[in-house]
Design a protein around this ligand. Sequence first.
Ligand SMILES: NC(=O)c1ccc[n+]([C@@H]2O[C@H](COP(=O)([O-])OP(=O)(O)OC[C@H]3O[C@@H](n4cnc5c(N)ncnc54)[C@H](OP(=O)(O)O)[C@@H]3O)[C@@H](O)[C@H]2O)c1
Length: 328
Amino acid sequence: MKAIVCPRYGGPEVLEFRDVPMPAPAVDEVRVKVMATSVTSGDSRMRAARFPPGLGLIARPFLGWRGPRQPILGTEVAGVVDAVGAGVTRYRPGDAVMAFPGGAMGCHAEYRCVAEAGPIAPKPEGLSFAKAATLCFGGSTALHFLDVAAVAPGDRVLVIGASGAVGSALVQLARHRGAHITAVCSARNADLVRDLGAEAVIDYATTDFLGDPGAYNVIVETAGSITTRDALPLLRPYGRFVAIAAGLPDMLATIGAPGREGRRVIAGPATETPEHVQQLADLAASGVLRPVVDGSYAFDAIAAAHAYVDTGRKRGSVAILLDPAAQG
Ligand SMILES: NC(=O)c1ccc[n+]([C@@H]2O[C@H](COP(=O)([O-])OP(=O)(O)OC[C@H]3O[C@@H](n4cnc5c(N)ncnc54)[C@H](OP(=O)(O)O)[C@@H]3O)[C@@H](O)[C@H]2O)c1
């Protein structure tokens, strides 16, 4: 099969369109013929070894010294089951599915095997393969941090980086929980985030949002633009600063007892669960979660998609189409 291989860390030009062995499903696995996948900020970071501040030396022994240990990047897919292991009971060839191998990656390929009890769910009818293939990276991260931060009805939530893959999911899902959302983004994305459910929008280029002490129950930072020191004064008592794009200093701030008046910092990798995938499929099927797809690229043009994601300016997600019909 064809796959996009990242043999070493570097710019988008290191990616190679190669023939690799076709995977065979294990007894408990389904093999998905990939219709669409995505290039996420995670793929871009991994390809470039652009790890959050302070984490490079910690990450490389696990993820690979000179290049990714898993050379086929890609965290999420949507496609059609084309083969199943002997023990599989829930899926049959021909089923349309979405899957989120997440940190295990390996999705930038024509086929990807996934355990039937793993991060896979039927694709919602009415959702294109391209949209289904972009639900999980941002969506699963948003679900994880909304749960850990216990976002509740009436909470005033500031989402910094509201127009990205994680931010656009967060705005919608926090709003669905009954929170009041203030979104931070640039002026060109103001209408988008309002449409997703933000009641107030702050343009970070023209407005200093650090001058509003005690305004929020929860601050979610996906752009890496403010630190714990900036965020804590903006929180109400028992407020939570969720540093999704955190480097080592914010992660260290999570250790120990809550700070003054119960304020605390939440950071670290999001937990990826099979339940998230089914939850996201259900939320999309019911119209609560609308995937924001910035644009799509052909499989053999994936380097151009990486170059765009590298800019840090994408809106929502970028889809990769292995079959033109995936656009839907
Ligand atoms: N902890 C975890 O487990 C976890 C999981 C997933 C992702 N992450 C991290 O979370 C971060 C966000 O991921 P993502 O996929 O959502 O990124 P993304 O889609 O690439 O984010 C792009 C968006 O960020 C906005 N942006 C850029 N600079 C900004 C600023 N200073 N203030 C506000 N918005 C800004 C851009 O809007 P404008 O063009 O309008 O500026 C753009 O829409 C990444 O650092 C990623 O590594 C962490």
